[in-house]
Design a protein. Structure first.
Length: 497
């Protein structure tokens, strides 16, 4: 009897083994990814946070705060009315890019097949962290993005000061790890196509960006960080620009400003009075590319440009005729050169020039105030040479009016530099918003609607509802550190001007 039982059990075991043979293969759908190329995650983390800057819709109206866009009729945020804003786009991008170091290439830090890829992913990660902290202030950082083995649904909020110190270190370490002989992301890398030397320049330029952001709150650290960056390889011409190529067929690579022009309410698409007036008054050769003449002026046979007022009261919106105001110009429409659509710029040589001009005003990195004018002028030339402007010869009247810094005070020189950067950053609303808060330039007059700020231009975004509900204790601790609580009027750490 026992032998029969043994035979039966052996047969049963054999049957089970036979049934399980090929089980994993049979239960793997043939069209499902079981492995993900790190480059796919890098590309998405490069594109999504940057493209998000160019959209002006729902609860995202930074372009109206910085007075590039009007966006006032149906976006409460643009009228200074408090609305909470989701950071899911940015933390989602962090989740993607940190999968590279936490999972896909984990443990391969010293191997040529992964070393430079990991470093590049780390630089992209640092860039995304800076966007989030610059919008909100203190955020979940050190206890976030640690991988699925270390998930923490209630991470603490780190101070922005500590985050900046960590980001500078993160960028420094990443740049040192980049080796041009290592394997690259190739075409998955939307900025540089896998060119490691350009990533070294980009990383150092990002360090310059981080350092200057601290200029007024931590001047000694700012000077040291900026000086170190200026003594390293930087983006040194327009051929080094970090950019994302776009297309004109309304796909995922559609330029965000084009997308803004094609989706949502038409009332969101009008340009702000401050931007249009500046371009018109200075006779800026980029005017017709950025601004379209008003519909009614064209009908009358005398094309003119007019920006719309920002943050209007209800009374001011009564009887407004949209056709009396300007939409975006030729370079932001589908008709623009379908064979070579406008790229989306992430970081440009012009920005580096303007940072150098600002550093020269301070006498940092061995530069002198007299050198500021040369860097400033080079920045303008580089900005005007960008696609689609391609201004090869700047009109003399513009040079006479805008190029000289002679006879100006240091503060007046800074205002000129920052105003040029403000124009350069059109379509990059969050970057422009940060630079305006940091320096106070250009001078912007708030709209008349009192909103939630007593008529002041907001200084930060409000934390998302999810944090209030799901991370209450840490949220409340962070809010307790703010001068005006979780409101538009509280300022982030470096915003002290």
């Amino acid at each position: 009897m026992k032998s029969i039982i043994k035979i039966y059990l052996a047969a049963l075991l054999l049957a089970v083994v036979s049934c399980n043979a090929g089980f994993e293969e049979l239960n793997t759908p043939p069209t499902t990814f079981t492995k993900v190329d790190p480059g796919m995650l890098l590309a998405k983390a490069q594109k999504d946070p940057k493209f998000h800057q160019g959209l002006e819709y729902q609860n995202s109206a930074y372009g109206s705060w910085i007075q590039h866009w009007n966006s006032s009729n149906n976006i409460p945020m643009s009228r200074y009315i408090f609305a909470r804003w989701s950071w899911s786009t940015y933390y989602g991008s962090l989740r993607n890019v940190t999968q590279i170091r936490n999972h896909l290439l984990s443990g391969q830090e010293a191997q040529p097949e992964a070393r430079t890829k990991l470093a590049i992913a780390r630089i992209v990660e640092a860039d995304i962290w800076q966007i989030i902290t610059d919008l909100f202030g203190d955020i979940p950082f050190s206890e976030s993005a640690l991988g699925e083995q270390n998930l923490n649904p209630q991470p603490k909020y780190d101070t922005q000061e500590s985050i900046y110190a960590a980001l500078i270190q993160m960028v420094d370490e990443a740049v040192k790890q980049i080796n041009p002989s290592d394997a690259s992301y190739g075409s998955y890398d939307l900025y540089y196509g896998g060119n490691a030397e350009n990533w070294i320049k980009y990383g150092n330029s990002l360090k310059l960006h981080l350092g200057m952001r601290m200029k007024y709150v931590k001047p000694e650290l700012a000077q040291r960080t900026v000086s170190e960056a200026l003594n390293s390889p930087l983006i040194s011409s327009n051929s080094d620009n970090a950019l994302i190529k776009t297309n004109t067929d309304n796909t995922s690579s559609y330029h965000p400003v084009l997308s803004h022009n094609q989706q949502g309410s038409p009332s969101n698409r009008y340009l702000a009075e401050a931007l249009v007036n500046h371009l018109v008054s200075t006779k800026d050769p980029r005017l017709t590319y950025i601004v379209a003449p008003t519909v009614n002026s064209v009908k009358a046979g005398e094309s003119s440009y007019r920006g719309k007022f920002v943050a209007p009261t209800d009374e001011e919106m009564i009887g407004v005729i949209d056709d009396d105001y300007s939409l975006t110009g030729s370079c932001f429409y589908l008709a623009y050169n379908q064979s070579k659509p406008m790229p989306y710029y992430v970081f440009t040589y012009a920005e580096v020039c303007f940072y150098k001009a600002e550093a020269a005003l301070e006498g940092w990195a061995g530069l002198t105030e007299t050198q500021a004018e040369g860097f400033y002028q080079e920045g303008i030339r580089a900005a005007m040479a960008l696609e689609p402007f391609n201004v090869a010869e700047i009109p003399q009247e513009y040079i006479d009016a805008e190029f000289s810094l002679a006879g100006l005070t240091k503060e007046q020189k800074l205002e000129k530099i920052m105003t040029q950067k403000w124009v350069l950053l059109f379509g990059r609303s969050i970057d422009a918003f940060a630079e305006w808060r940091r320096t106070g330039y250009p001078h912007l007059i708030p709209g008349h609607n009192q909103g939630s700020t007593n008529g002041e231009i907001p200084r930060r975004a409000g934390y998302p509802n999810d944090e209030i509900l799901l991370n209450t204790k840490n949220y409340e601790e962070a809010v307790s550190r703010m001068a005006h609580g979780d409101s538009y009027l509280s300022r982030v750490w470096w915003d002290v001007r």
